[in-house]
Design a protein. Structure first.
Length: 335
């Protein structure tokens, strides 16, 4: 990992969060996430040796010993801890939406004052505030972990924040030991750990967007053959006046169109098959897939078979039918 690549990736994550705020309501928590990731991107940028050196010589005569780049680096991480603490506050049940803005204003005020003190007087005090803010975020993140796209994003973000807290404690220990100030990211492997923390935070901030996009693309690829056949057979299921602009919406539209076409093929429930549906979900999906491929070559299906089985979402049900519909899934699908 090079500092340049790290800074670029985190800035991309910050841009993605800005785009999310532009298309969704700009709530206090969403804006705070943008501020937090932008602060991390700023910290990662100051960690680039060439940029740190340029900052240290920005003032007349230069600033010796990397003090300016180190101060900006510290202030950026204070900004991250401050904005992330606002996000963590929003996750606590005792904080209402009405009080969140006032709480956020207080947190931002404390963070701004801390940054001023850190730059003008003591970076050790600033790192102490960063460590406390990271502790709050880690505790909040651990309370909200679950195995969902959002939960996995929270896990990555929390892991990066925990690493920042550990590194902030290391800065306090180094200052207590009387070590001289150094340019941000100048010492390895300490600089690599900062880069890893920045990458984890940036990835966690956009994880849900990336995962949902990937899952939508995979779903569209999986259902492409089934969708193409049914839409060619029943073009009226496509509302031409509607055009989904995002991959997730296109995937959802594709699921709806497949289900609508299956019901149209079933004749609105007018055709009934002898007996009940197969007991297992794969067998039921295979029966529907055979019928979708060649409705005249099978005994037909009851329209009630087309509804998703209990405990399965429409998306999961269409995915199962599309999997059984794929060529090469077995000779029984062709007879």
């Amino acid at each position: 990992m090079t500092p340049w690549i790290t800074a670029l990736l985190v800035w991309i994550a910050a841009g993605a969060r800005v785009g999310r705020v532009l298309v969704k309501p700009a709530t206090t928590a969403r804006v705070a996430i943008v501020v937090a990731v932008a602060a991390v991107a700023t910290a990662a940028t100051t960690a680039v040796p060439e940029i740190g050196l340029a900052l240290d010589h920005a003032l007349p005569g230069g600033v010796p010993s990397g003090l300016l780049s180190s101060a900006i680096h510290t202030a950026a991480w204070i900004g991250f801890a401050t904005a992330t603490s606002v996000v963590a506050s929003a996750a606590w049940p005792v904080v209402s939406r009405g009080n969140l803005r006032r709480i956020a204003a207080g947190i931002y005020g404390i963070g701004s004052a801390t940054a001023v003190v850190a730059i003008a007087w003591s970076t050790t005090f600033g790192w102490a505030v960063v460590a406390l803010g990271c502790l709050l975020v880690v505790v909040t993140g651990l309370r909200n972990l679950d195995w969902t796209a959002l939960g996995r994003g929270i896990a990555l973000y929390t892991a990066g924040t925990a690493l920042v807290g550990v590194l902030a404690a290391g800065e306090i220990r180094a200052a207590a030991a009387g070590e001289p100030a150094r340019a941000a990211g100048a010492a390895l492997p300490f600089g690599l750990l900062w880069e890893l923390a920045a990458l984890l935070i940036g990835l966690g901030a956009v994880w849900i967007v990336v995962e949902l996009w990937v899952r939508a693309r995979l779903l569209m690829r999986r259902t492409h053959a089934l969708h193409s056949l049914l839409v060619h057979r029943f073009p009226q299921v496509i509302a031409h006046e509607q055009s989904a602009w995002s991959t997730q919406l296109r995937a959802s539209d594709q699921i709806t169109q497949i289900m609508d076409a299956l019901y149209l093929q079933a004749g609105g429930g007018a055709r009934f098959a002898a007996g009940g549906p197969p007991a297992s979900v794969p067998e039921r999906a295979a029966a529907v897939a055979r019928w979708a491929r060649d409705p005249r070559g099978t005994d037909g299906v009851d329209a009630r078979w087309l509804a998703p089985p209990a405990g399965i979402s429409p998306r999961g049900w269409v995915r199962a039918i599309a999997r059984a519909f794929e060529p090469g899934r077995g000779a029984h699908l062709r007879h």
